[in-house]
Design a protein around this ligand. Structure first.
Ligand SMILES: Nc1ncnc2c1ncn2[C@@H]1O[C@H](COP(=O)(O)OP(=O)(O)OP(=O)(O)O)[C@@H](O)[C@H]1O
Length: 276
């Protein structure tokens, strides 16, 4: 299985936008430290859609929080667009798993999406346009005046995605964003992410524990070992760029890639490390 980064669907996007070098994170607790991430190195090209999978507790969320500048690294560094990340960088948006906690219940859908744009001091007319376009893109134009608690879980996660997209980020980080929605909604949201990615040309780093989801979405899947966490393998997903839930998932190549990553995760759980 190849391990080189690819950009089959967005040709000419080989420039590294995000660089993670020797990333280590140790949480300091009372009396002892927890090494969540040991030594991670990888990069993501501009316009790529890269998924990260690994066993539970491998440090996927920790990695994403370090990349987002929400946590300090113990060692190593994260570089975005050539600048070292020391706090939340301006060109980045994050979608978390807990949409319920990430939206403000007292604000309408439109106000939730608009809020980061106000903080960014985007002029009013421009803000209104961005909010309208983002809500259109996620199919929520009709409910802009509703409050989050009046919407289903899947719709709330669409609001969170619209908020991220309206911000016009260069890179979108997603941390198990569909873990809490039903299978049908999950499939729709996966297609939404691919459609937005193709349309907007945004770089996406998508963390999931779901192997099928990583193969369906990604151009490349980075498989993490178990703790102490390193990159076990980078798997190029050489499926056609046009994907749909039925055709892609019944492609024999899809099954091969899924089986390969499944075996890697099993090996990871057994403590397998990459050869030096
Ligand atoms: N704030 C914290 N303080 C101490 N230890 C932590 C903290 N957050 C995470 N950890 C530990 O770091 C390790 C990695 O956790 P993390 O949540 O990053 O893994 P994960 O791969 O996202 O897990 P999962 O797939 O189960 O969500 C775990 O051992 C976890 O207990």
């Amino acid at each position: 299985m190849t391990t080189t980064p690819i950009g089959v669907e967005n040709p000419g996007t080989s420039t590294a936008l995000l660089d993670v070098r020797g990333l280590k994170k140790v949480y300091q607790g009372k009396g002892r430290g927890v090494e969540a991430v040991c030594d991670l190195t990888f990069s993501v090209g501009a316009g790529e859609l890269v998924c990260i999978v690994g066993p539970s507790g491998a440090g996927k969320t920790t990695l994403l929080r370090c990349v987002a500048g929400l946590l300090d690294c113990t060692a190593g560094e994260v570089t975005l667009e050539g600048r070292k990340v020391t706090g939340p960088p301006p060109g980045m948006a994050v979608v978390f798993q807990e949409y319920g906690r990430s939206l403000f219940p007292w604000m309408t859908v439109r106000q939730n999406v608009e809020r980061p744009l106000k903080e960014k001091r985007v002029p009013k007319a421009e803000r209104q346009r961005l909010v309208r376009e983002a809500l259109d893109a996620v199919g929520l134009a009709e409910v802009h005046d509703a409050h989050p608690w009046q919407l289903s879980g899947g719709m709330q996660q669409r609001v969170a995605i619209a908020r991220a997209v309206a911000y016009e980020p260069h890179i979108l980080l997603m941390d198990e964003p569909f873990a809490a929605v039903d299978a049908q909604t999950r499939a729709e949201l996966e297609d939404l992410v691919r459609a937005l990615w193709q349309r907007l040309g945004v770089t996406v780093l998508f963390v999931t524990h779901d192997i099928d989801e990583s193969v369906y979405l990604g151009q490349r899947v980075i498989v993490l070992s178990n703790s102490p966490t390193v990159v076990l393998e980078e798997v190029a997903i050489d499926l056609p760029g046009e994907r749909d839930q039925l055709t892609t998932r019944s492609d024999p190549r899809f099954a091969e890639l899924r089986a390969h990553i499944y075996r890697l995760i099993q090996q990871a759980k057994e403590g397998h490390r990459p050869s030096p």
